[in-house]
Each structure stands twice: as C-alpha cells, then as structure tokens.
Design a protein around this ligand. Structure first.
Ligand code: XMP
Length: 385
C-alpha cells in the first residue's frame, strides 16, 4: 500500500473496476492508500453478465467496502468497435483499444494522470509467454501508456498470484461474493462469443451463462461458464481415421461414433505456444440408439486421441441436440486448477449436464446443440475464444 501511495503521489488516479477479485482488490487497496484521489469507474461495455454492473456497484458501494463506483454506459461504442471481427486476437486488440481510449478520455476529463489496474502475475506470464493478448498488460508488451493513452500505469497486484489476491481481498473484508468469485476475463463475454459478435449471439450466451452458473456452482469447480459458436462445420481429411481410432478405443463399430469439425477456431496451446486450432465435436451412440454418457474421465481419454491430431486443440462432447438445425451451439466448460496456468476438466455429473442442456435449449430457440468441453489446459486454454 505504501508503494502504491508513493507511485501515485499527489496525482489523481483512475481505476476501472469490473467486479472481479483482481480489479476490486486493487481498487480497495488504492482507495485505502490515496482516498478520494482515486476515481473508480465501471465500464458497462455490453460484455458483462446480465444485470452485473448494477449488482457489483451495489455490493462495493455498501459497507464494509464503501468504494464509490460510477457506471459508464459505453455499450454501443464497444459493440461498434468489435463489429465484423472474427479472430480472437483481433477482438482482444479492438477491445483493448476501445477500453483504453474510453479510459484515456475519462482520465483527461477528470484530470487523472495515473491509471491503476488489477493485473496479476499470471496475466503477465501468459501475455509475455505469447499465449494470448491480455487486455490489461501494456508495459509488458512494450506499449508505452503515457505516449499512447496519456497516463502512467500503476499495478499494485502485479507480483501476486490469484490465491494471494483472494487472501488480500478477505483481509480487506471484500464480500465473499467478490473475493471468491470465479475469474472472468477482462473483455468479458466478448471472449466467450467465438467468432463474430452478433447481438443475438451475445444475448444467447448471456442466457446460457445464467443457467450454467446456477447449475454448476454446487459442484464448486475453479471456473465454469458457457461459450457460444456458429453452427457451421467444415470438412476435415482425417476425421474418418480419427473416428475409427475412437471406435477401436471404445470397442464399438465405427458407425456409432461421429465427429464434426467446426469452421470456427479456438485458442489453444501446443508445445508451450498459442495455437489457434480446430474444434471437434464428438457424439457416440450406444448399440440401442441411446446417447452414450460415460464417466467424464473416459471422455477426457478420447479427447487426448482427438487433440493428438495437429489441427485440433479442443474436443467437445455432445450432451443434447435439437432435431432442427439452428444458427448457434453452446459449449459448457468447468475446470479445476490451482494456478490457472494448467487446468483439469471438472467431472460434472451427467444429471447436471443434462439438466443444464435442457434448460438452455428451452430458453434459447436459436441453439441446436449443447456440448461439454472435455479438453484440459493444455492443449486448450480455459476460456474458449
Ligand atoms: P486462459 O483462457 O488463458 O485463461 O486459459 C486463464 C485464466 O485467465 C482468465 N482470463 C482473463 N482474465 N483478463 C483477465 O483479467 C483477460 O483478458 C483474461 N483472459 C482470460 C480466464 O478466465 C482464466 O481464469
């Protein structure tokens, strides 16, 4: 805290609070250090969960935290900036540009020369390691924030890992709802809309997010969420061969095993480096025509066979499908991890998976299929983007 106070000095500082544990803890620490010289804003950027901006503002503005937080409605600006973009990294860059432009304008208007951020150690490690562009890691990527955006950046949590940030959050009496909150990416649901961001697609992932969070929470995975992708498949020369290998592993005739490859790609990690790879969806039927629902650990083993193929970084397994083809599909993800640098697939019971899929299909008539992502990190990342 003393170091933060020294770095900020007598300047006015600005922080964007997302409601995640990192930015909230960073804001509370800085508020304790420099008091009302810190201006806390929340950018309502269209990619937060349904009702989230107000919910967070209500929590943090009340005792014991009492952090004054102003919500800025910048939804249209962000949606416009992301229009037509498909590639995950391009979307992250457009998000980052808009984010810092909006903050730069706010800082100028409010006379703030310092921007405080909630960047933690893992963010820096992964960005400099070339896996992805974290939206809040500027200096580490060689971007001079003073020159480009007009402010100096202070990152009080840059040497801490997530678990240490949570400990600090408890120490500051930040409510458990925030202190123990599962991580949520800075660019929010824009990350979980794989491919182009369209308004109906974004609205649908918001509905699926509410349902999956409600149903998965009881199993206490480290992180759990829904992602959406276009229901467009592509041909793949080795699919037959992979299906036959899986059928052999399952000891069933290959007609019971089908794989489709989506046109969309998702970020993964192969040999320690980012790979924007293919997404496969597997479906297996039993001899009597039922949908095969084995222990999740068996599916993880099948996934290893699929992602051994150099083109795939991710395998989804079909939970439920509709007979009619619709424009989108939903992928559910739940993982367990200590440090978020690697992750295991959580063994969510089939009752929960089926119940969640049923509820999403009922709530979202533009969705054709619900999958469970059975890929660990690596070769996938935790987010599906
Ligand atoms: P990945 O998908 O890289 O995610 O395996 C690792 C952890 O980081 C979170 N994440 C982010 N957090 N800003 C953040 O503050 C971001 O841009 C961002 N991208 C990913 C992700 O949710 C997971 O917990």
């Amino acid at each position: 805290m003393a170091q933060t106070k020294k770095l900020i000095g007598k300047e006015r500082a600005l922080i964007a609070v997302s409601g995640g544990v990192d930015s909230t803890t960073s804001a509370v620490l800085t508020f304790k250090a420099v008091g009302s010289n810190l201006l806390c804003v929340m950018l309502d950027d269209a990619f937060m969960r349904e009702g989230e901006p107000k919910h967070i503002a209500d929590i943090v503005s009340q005792p014991p935290v009492k952090l004054p937080l102003e919500i800025l409605d910048v939804k249209e600006r962000f949606l416009k900036a992301m229009e037509g973009l498909k590639d995950a990294e391009e979307k992250r860059k457009a998000f980052r540009e808009t984010f810092y432009k909006v903050l730069g304008e706010t800082a100028r208007k409010e006379g703030c020369k310092v921007l405080v951020q909630g960047t933690i150690k893992a963010d820096i490690d992964e960005t400099t390691g070339g896996v992805k562009t974290q939206h809040n890691v500027l200096k580490q990527m060689g971007i001079d924030p003073v020159e480009q955006y007009g402010f100096k950046v202070v990152e009080p949590l840059a040497s801490l890992y997530k678990s240490q940030v949570r400990t600090l959050a408890h120490h500051f009496k930040i409510p458990t709802d925030i202190a123990e909150r599962q991580p949520f990416p800075g660019p929010g649901l824009s990350v979980r809309v794989v491919g182009e961001i369209k308004r109906d697609k974004l609205d649908t992932v918001k509905k699926a997010t509410i349902i999956s969070e409600k149903n998965f929470a009881k199993h206490i995975p480290s992180q759990y969420f829904a992602a959406i992708l276009d229901n467009q498949t592509t041909s793949h020369s080795r699919i037959r061969h992979i299906e036959e290998n899986l059928a052999r592993l399952l000891n069933v005739p290959s007609r019971y095993v089908s794989i489709k490859a989506f046109e969309a790609k998702a970020t993964g990690i192969k040999e320690g480096k980012r790979k924007y790879g293919g997404i496969a969806a597997l479906k297996v039927e039993t001899m009597n025509g039922a949908h095969y629902q084995p222990p999740i650990s068996n599916l993880i083993a099948l996934q290893a066979e699929v992602t051994r193929d150099p083109s795939f970084t991710r395998m989804l397994y079909t939970i439920q499908e509709t007979p009619q083809r619709q424009p989108y599909v939903i992928s559910l993800r739940a993982i367990n991890t200590q440090d978020f640098l690697t992750a295991e697939v959580a063994e969510i019971p089939w009752t929960t998976l089926n119940e969640t899929a049923g509820e999403i299909l009922k709530a979202c008539s533009n969705v054709s299929a619900i999958y469970y992502d059975v890929t660990p990190k690596p070769p996938a990342t935790i987010e599906m983007e």
